[in-house]
Design a protein around this ligand. Structure first.
Ligand SMILES: Cc1cc2nc3c(=O)[nH]c(=O)nc-3n(C[C@H](O)[C@H](O)[C@H](O)COP(=O)(O)O)c2cc1C
Length: 414
């Protein structure tokens, strides 16, 4: 038996070991190019909204030229010292000449004030809009900002940074940085994935699933801008994609192909069902409809909004051709969780073409109309709806069967 002191000692030993294995060291990803990012293994929520079941990483890269040195992006606040140590492992933080801010969101730019307090000479490189944001978010003075436009280059000596404006991915100021000689693209959030493990794509076999989830959460509302950015990339030779979240792609074609598909709104014969039920009516309807669709060979995903992972909903929205929303009437409107779900579905601007609304009520049906109103303005065809009192009856099951037929026909007409 361990005494009190012994237990404490053992705990400290284990903690030290866990901390040590969790802190990944600086990694050289190509000649003169270093990953100096950090892993946030424990983060479980992003933007106070998006669950992160597998944590995330904030990737930053140090590019050392023959004459100058640039840092591409920084890290989330709270990791400044680890970040500084990583940079200092390669070169002195005070010797950095440029800090490239591809995106102003604090998970990539939040360490800028710290960096600039430790380094008195580096210029911050950003787009015009990025410069405004650097001033408002991080109080960066004008004289330390260098504004770049699409196609501008900065030579570090044997290494040339080329800037590619890629606005609205997913903020107005976003841009990509391309390292000409090494053919490496640093696109910040674009092509990102919230997953802490792995430095390279080959280490995370299910990486495209994380990437699809990330696309759904962050990029899908800006699919048109994503398409434009992808067109710009068509003219580039890319040997490696080094995003700001998740592993680096040594095989960029995989993620480029996936993004081309997702950004163009290519969908599958797939139905996403999101619903909530208090006393089983919607639950019964959803089960019936899901079984009917499955029996017809349609891919179905069901998410009960009680405890649903909205990241998974976002992921399924990326390639579902139809959406079904089901909710009971509560206090003369749709159940609040369905209001939340419908709001998210609309805000994420999925490419789905068809919708079905299911609802229930005790004395005066309102959920169906409330949901219809919420989804108005979406480019989506309502294939049908069904609202039942208290519970579905025989005729309602017949209606569900017809709805399943109609929905299947529609999604197969494509
Ligand atoms: C808290 C609460 C509020 C409700 N408010 C309404 C209402 O405003 N109007 C109505 O017609 N039914 C109302 N109902 C009844 C439900 O809509 C009805 O029982 C419905 O069949 C439940 O569907 P479910 O089994 O899928 O939960 C309410 C039920 C609860 C529990």
């Amino acid at each position: 038996m361990l005494d009190k002191f012994g237990q404490k000692g053992l705990k400290t030993l284990i903690m030290t070991y866990v901390i040590e294995v969790n802190i990944m060291k600086t990694v050289k990803i190509a000649d003169g190019i270093y990953w100096v990012g950090v892993k946030d293994w424990d983060r479980r929520i992003f933007d106070s909204l998006i669950p992160l079941p597998e944590g995330t990483s904030y990737n930053a890269y140090l590019v050392v030229g023959e004459e100058k040195m640039a840092l591409i992006d920084t890290v989330n606040p709270g990791f400044e010292e680890e970040f500084e140590n990583k940079i200092n492992d390669v070169k002195n933080i005070g010797d950095i000449d440029y800090i490239v801010m591809n995106h102003a969101e604090p998970d990539h730019a939040g360490a800028i004030p710290y960096l600039m307090s430790k380094n008195k000479k580096a210029l911050l490189i950003a787009t015009q809009k990025g410069a405004e944001m650097a001033k408002t978010y991080y109080d960066v003075p004008d004289e330390r900002i260098m504004v770049v436009k699409d196609g501008d280059t900065v030579s570090l000596g044997g290494k040339t940074l080329r800037f590619i404006e890629a606005p609205w991915l997913h903020w107005p100021e976003t841009m990509f940085t391309y390292l000409v000689e090494d053919k490496i693209l640093f696109p910040c959030d674009f092509f990102g994935a919230h997953v802490a493990k792995g430095l390279y794509d080959e280490e995370v076999p299910e990486l495209l699933e994380h990437a699809q989830r990330y696309f759904g959460e962050i990029m899908m509302p800006f699919a048109q801008m994503a398409k434009k950015a992808l067109q710009k990339l068509d003219n580039l030779e890319i040997e490696m994609i080094a995003p700001s979240h998740g592993p680096i792609y040594k095989l960029p074609e995989k993620i480029l192909d996936a993004y081309r598909k997702w950004a163009s709104g290519e969908t599958q014969e797939k139905v996403l069902i999101v619903y909530v039920s208090m006393w089983g009516a919607n639950d019964a309807m959803v089960r019936e409809l899901a079984n009917l669709l499955l029996a017809k060979g349609v891919e179905v995903r069901v998410h009960n909004l009680v405890g649903a992972d909205i990241g998974e909903i976002a992921k399924d929205l990326v390639d579902s051709r139809a959406i079904v929303i089901g909710a009971p009437t509560v206090l003369a409107g749709a159940h609040p969780l369905a209001v939340y779900g419908a709001y998210l579905v609309k805000a994420l601007r999925p490419p789905a073409k068809y919708a079905v609304i299911l609802g229930s009520y005790g004395w005066h049906g309102r959920s169906k109309d409330a949901l219809l109103q919420m989804l108005s303005g979406m480019k989506i065809e309502l294939v049908g709806s069904l609202e039942v009192r208290a519970k579905p009856r025989e005729e309602d099951y017949e209606s569900l069967s017809k709805l399943a037929d109609m929905l299947t026909k529609k999604i197969r007409e494509e």
